[in-house]
Design a protein around this ligand. Structure first.
Ligand code: HEM
Length: 439
């Protein structure tokens, strides 16, 4: 056998547009076929630029953890998110990223998170109070409102319902990056209606977060509390964070934190609506563990609920893929990936790979009891130093909201059991997911 290493294999598509046409038709099938036909490290080309899919758990671990310093978020992402959050935690790299990660970390310490649970529960209770027996609920809509409210109240001390600027900006920003991550990456200077609205709403949102900071600064430090907003304002006052970094982090957390969690909740509810026995077992668990209202101490005891969430995030990972760019030549599973190559790391494909998961399409939460899959065959929150800083926050929120719903209602699915899914900024249902409530 030759010791020479080579470029990962892959299809070569039509001239000029490369594989872009195939990709835009069905992005999920495209990557699954790439895996089945060419292997778990394979190449393809988009708009004439070579890209590699990394869908083997060992190689994913190399990219995210072992050799993470050889990869960065990449030029396309950096350029496109520059206006909205270019100097925030999600986009920055190097020492700037390291400093910011250390600065905001205390907002996500376990004790701090535990203190958010009553607010999360209050938000969930308000949602459920509007529900009635026999009502049909559009799950994603309701969960989007709930997670936005919870995020505003816990991290920023703001009542989002009273400040439509946040949800309006959210819609405009998500619309700007809609369709899919590949083809929405057109320059945002083009004056399309979507881009004009995006620009206007982004300006309004930035003015709004500046005003929040101004109000916080007027409070004396001992009355400010220690939520994320106060932490960030404190660093700006100390000269350790620029105003631009402050703004971009506010926008980052508003966006990284709410749609993803809302989708996690939506897909878990969808799965439970399809599996009444599992739903009933979870209701029994909630009744046994919680005394009428879920508390931070109850959450670790809701083990079955945790597995149901894990399994829903396996089948429907809200972040279904993300990108990296190699900053030097790297070897992955015997292939050389040259410096500058864009890597795609696709949760969707790996989470449903029959090599690591028995009967991968089935909803079977108990598979998480023995966890015999390779570690990086499951990574809904990414991995390594850049893993999701909001992971515990999101898990606590999902458990709190689900426990509150299960405590009040049984529900069944009235929408399509296999809804179309859209490869948008996140993995979104292409049609409403609807449940009918039974008290
Ligand atoms: C179910 C819910 C969530 C999912 C599936 C999710 C998923 C992810 C993933 C996959 C990454 C890594 C992206 C990459 O490596 O390129 C990430 C990063 C991040 N997430 Fe989340 N996330 C969720 C909820 C949250 C929440 C609630 C917050 C904040 C309150 C948050 C804030 C962030 C931030 C700031 C980063 C960038 C971290 C860094 O680069 O240091 N996420 N998330």
């Amino acid at each position: 056998m030759s010791s020479e290493v080579s470029y990962p294999p892959g299809p070569r598509g039509l001239p000029v547009v490369g594989n872009t046409v195939d990709l835009s038709r069905d992005i999920f099938a495209f990557f699954e076929e790439l895996r089945d036909d060419y292997g778990r490290v394979a190449s393809y080309d988009v708009f004439g630029t070579d890209a590699c899919m990394v869908a083997h758990p060992d190689a994913i671990q190399r990219v995210l953890l072992d050799d993470h310093e050889a990869f960065e978020k990449g030029e396309v992402l950096t350029r496109n998110l520059a206006d909205a959050m270019g100097e925030g935690l999600f986009v920055t790299g190097g020492t700037q990223w390291q400093n910011q990660r250390t600065q905001v970390q205390p907002a996500f310490y376990r004790n701090r998170l535990n203190a958010y649970v009553p607010e999360m529960r209050a938000t969930a209770e308000e949602t459920v109070e509007e529900w009635r027996d026999g009502m049909v609920v559009d799950v994603n809509d309701r969960m989007t409102e709930t997670t936005m409210d919870a995020l505003g109240r816990t991290l920023f001390g703001v009542d989002v319902a009273e400040n439509p600027v946040v949800s309006e900006a959210s819609d405009a920003i998500l619309a700007r990056f809609d369709t899919s991550r590949f083809w929405s990456f057109l320059p945002d200077r083009l004056p399309t209606p979507t881009n004009r609205r995006y620009r206007r709403k982004l300006d309004e949102l930035q003015a709004f977060v500046d005003e929040l900071a101004r109000q916080r600064r007027q409070q004396s430090p001992e009355n400010r509390g220690d939520d994320l907003l106060s932490i960030l304002v404190g660093f700006v006052e100390a000269g350790d964070l620029t105003r631009r970094e402050f703004r971009d982090n506010m926008v980052t957390f508003l966006f990284a934190g709410h749609e993803t969690t809302a989708l996690g909740l939506t897909y878990t509810i969808h799965c439970l609506a399809r599996h009444p026995d599992e739903q009933a077992a979870l209701r029994a668990e909630v009744e046994a563990v919680c005394d009428g209202a879920v508390t931070a101490e109850d959450l670790p005891k809701l083990e079955r609920l945790e597995r149901a969430i894990d399994e829903a995030l396996r089948l429907y990972p809200p972040v279904y893929m993300f990108f990296r760019e190699a900053t030097r030549n790297v070897e992955l599973r015997g292939y050389t990936v040259p410096e500058g190559t864009t890597l795609v790391v696709p949760q969707w494909v790996v989470h449903r790979d029959p090599a690591w998961w028995d009967d991968p399409e089935a909803f079977r939460p108990e598979r998480f009891s023995d966890s015999d899959h390779p570690e990086y065959a499951y990574f809904p929150f990414g991995g390594g130093p850049r893993h999701c800083i909001g992971m515990r926050f999101a898990r606590m929120e999902m458990k709190t909201v689900l426990a509150t719903i299960l405590d009040n209602y049984a529900f069944r699915l009235v929408s399509d059991p296999n809804p179309d899914l859209i490869a948008s900024t996140n993995l979104k249902p292409g049609e409403p997911i609807e449940i009918k409530l039974d008290e």
